[in-house]
Design a protein around this ligand. Structure first.
Ligand SMILES: Nc1ncnc2c1ncn2[C@@H]1O[C@H](COP(=O)(O)OP(=O)(O)OP(=O)(O)O)[C@@H](O)[C@H]1O
Length: 255
């Protein structure tokens, strides 16, 4: 596991070193998910390791968000199993999963527009015991704009700032796995770079697992350790990031 904690980051996020030895943080095994009669996930299997960025790529509507809803408990699965650090998540409510260490950055950010930036961050306290109810310094080191806008309303932030706030809010919960749904969607290139840097920092400094779904190929190619491609609810490709440049992978990603 990589540990490069530089001085500004010494106080802050917990390291998940206590479960060292078990490299696989999350295992999704043969999962199905339905919306009524429509099947959005078909026998999906993948794993996400600690200290690694696992990226799931796919076009619009192939089931990427549904996969994350299955992991976070936002929508029930209709078959298969999901285990986190060797324990089943099946049937657990979203807040129980958050307590166990599943941090979620939803598509569209879902910032509370009328709460301040500070209050938005504090909503991340909910799954934490009283002693951990503080905002880790790392968040402001990674996203200084949040510190300067602490008393502004969430709704007044730009899309990129809201995305940073959504990642910060998830970091407040001290996740062991951070699950992000298209964090680059609608964001300007300079902030995409900041977000990429933050995701890399979280992988390298804390050893947490990162599970990222995206449509933006270059972002994944730069960040990912392991990639999966989804098409029509199924995993159709799996391999290290370099394999994204094979004709077979490209075929699944072109519109
Ligand atoms: N609440 C819902 N009710 C019914 N069908 C849904 C619902 N949410 C998603 N779907 C359908 O499930 C399929 C997968 O959608 P999902 O949002 O998981 O895809 P996605 O890959 O995340 O797409 P996008 O990139 O557009 O977010 C699509 O056909 C979509 O229309």
């Amino acid at each position: 596991m990589r540990h490069r904690v530089s001085p500004p980051f010494q106080r802050g996020l917990n390291s998940p070193a206590s479960f060292e030895g078990a490299r696989t943080m999350l295992t999704i095994d043969n999962v199905n998910l339905h919306y009524g009669a429509a099947q959005a996930l078909r026998g999906v299997s993948l794993s996400a390791d600690m200290g690694k960025i696992t990226c799931v790529l796919g076009r619009n509507g192939v089931g990427k968000s549904s996969l994350l809803r299955a992991v976070t408990g936002q929508h029930p699965t209709s078959g298969g199993s999901i285990t986190f650090q060797g324990e089943t998540l099946d049937g657990l409510a979203p807040y129980r999963r958050a307590k166990l260490g599943v941090g979620y950055v939803p598509q569209g950010r879902e910032i509370f527009p009328l709460l301040t930036v500070k209050e938005n961050l504090e909503t991340g306290f909910a799954p934490l015991p009283a002693r951990d109810r503080n905002i880790p310094d790392d968040i402001f080191s990674l996203f200084p704009v949040l510190q300067s806008m602490l008393s502004r309303r969430g709704g007044d932030l730009s899309g990129g700032q809201q995305q940073q706030l959504a990642i910060g809010r998830a970091m407040v919960t001290r996740p062991k796995i951070l699950v992000l749904d298209e964090p680059t969607e609608g964001i300007q290139p300079s902030i995409i770079k900041d977000i990429g840097r933050a995701i890399r920092y979280l992988r390298d400094s804390t050893g947490m697992a990162i599970l990222l779904v995206e449509q933006y190929l270059d972002f994944c190619r730069e960040l990912a350790d392991q990639v999966y491609i989804m098409d029509r609810g199924e995993i159709v490709h799996e391999g290290p990031a370099e394999t994204l440049d094979t004709p077979e992978a490209r075929r699944h990603l072109t519109v």
